[in-house]
Write a protein of this length. Sequence first.
Length: 252
Amino acid sequence: MRTLYGMDLTVAGRQFLSHAYDILKKVDEATHLNVVTNDVEGSLTVAATYTVMGYFLPLHIERLRRLFPRLEIQLFELNRESIEEGLLTNRYDISVLLTSNILNPSLATEKLLSSARRLWVPTQHHLAQRQDVGLKEIAEEPYIMLTVDQAAHSALKYWSVSAYQPRVILRTSSVEAVRSLVANGQGVAILSDMVHRPWSLEGRRIETVNLKDPVPPMDIGLAWRRSTEFTAAMQAFRSYFQRAFHIPGNGT
């Protein structure tokens, strides 16, 4: 069913989509049954940052809980500094976070994936049809700066090595605010593919454009205290992610 801002599902379409999700869930379960043995039991405390908790972890937690029904996974959402302190004091067993922000030598990290950063623009924006765009052109546009999970700090690192600076009109901790403001033509932003969704809450589209200047991707991975002795629960958690993202197994 077509609306002012795009397409919307009919009642029959929503029912079909629900059945399709059920089928995909069963296929996913079948393909992961033999990932690791499912007899692990006990508890595991897992800390994650806001971005990871909102855009990466939920699917994997669902899979883990189906694979290990006797494993109790306790989740905690915290900022990076609190996670680092909690890992070092054994408050948390392991964490999932933006590993590119971890600098403490007492922590070990394992990258799972890199999410490319691209320019977000509204559909009718004059940069939307470009194959790529540089920081020089972006600096001429009103810029929405995301601040959550040290996003502003990460952005300023690559802006600072260029000859340009973003013309920031708003700093916000809300990804949805960035999405809506960009979609409604209030500014542009550089964010990772992991948090990109093509539609705003108002049903308006957000396009992405490749960057031709060097902008590092957002790295997501695991972190733990380097001297820790892995429990069976920690090893099962790590092994799941290693297999899910085709990471060669290493000793702890």
